[in-house]
Write a protein that binds this ligand. Sequence first.
Ligand code: IPE
Ligand code: IPE
Ligand code: MG
Length: 235
Amino acid sequence: MTTDQETMSDRLHVAIIMDGNGRWATERSLPRTAGHHAGVRSLRATVEAAVERQIHTLTLYAFSSDNWQRPQSEVRALMRILAAQLPSQAARCVRQNIRLSIIGRRDRLPDPVLQAVLRAEARTLHCTALHLRLAIDYSARDSLTRAARHVGNNGNGDFLQALMRAYNADSLVPDVDLLIRTGGEQRLSDFLLWECAYAELYFMPDYWPDFDGTKLDTALCAFQKRQRRFGKVPA
Ligand code: IPE
Ligand code: IPE
Ligand code: MG
C-alpha cells in the first residue's frame, strides 16, 4: 500500500458480498457451519483494515432474505453466530470508534439477534471513524418495492428516504464505489441494486474465510486503476 492508498478514501463506500464459506469448509471436509465460523475472523480483520485505510462506509452482506431457504440447521447456526458475535463486535467497534448499523428486515429475526442488533446500534451510535453496515435479512428488490409503494410520485430525494427506511437504515450513505465479491461467483445476488448503479465491481476467486486486509488492498489497488466516467466523456 502506498501512503495515498492508506488515506485514500474521500467518503469511499466499499461493499462486500462475503461468499464462499460453505465451499471453504467442504473442501476441508468440515461442516458448512465451520466455514461461517471461520468467516467471522475475516470479517474482523477486514473491518480493522477498513479503519486503517480510512474507508468511510463498509457494507457487508451477512445474510440475504433468500438465505432463509437454506436448511433449517444452517439458518439456525447462522443466527446463533450473529447473536453471539454482535455483542463482542459492538464492543470492538466502540474501542475502534466504529458505528455499527444493521440494514434489512427486522421482523423475522429471532429475538436474541434482534436484541443484539438494537444494543449494538445503540452502543456505537456516537462513533465516527467508520460506518460499518451489516446486511441481515436483506433483499434489494424487497426494499425497492416497499420504498416505491410508500413514496408515490414525490421525486428522487423522497425515494431515497423511503428506500433508507425500507431497509431500516438510519441515515443516507453515499452510493457504493467499490463492490467486492469473494467466492468466484460474478453476480449481485440481490445486494444494493440501487446503490451499485455506478459501483466498480471486483470479483475474486478466494473464499471469504481467506479474505483479509491484504486482499482488501488488492481490490482497492484495482479500483484505483479504474476510470469512472458516470456516462460522461473523460476530461
Ligand atoms: C456466504 O457463504 C455466507 C452466507 C451466504 C451466509 P456461503 O454459505 O454462501 O458459501 P458457499 O457459496 O456455499 O460456498
Ligand atoms: C449471497 O451469497 C448472500 C451472502 C453472501 C450473504 P449466496 O451464496 O446466498 O448467493 P447465491 O445463492 O450464490 O447467488
Ligand atoms: Mg454462497
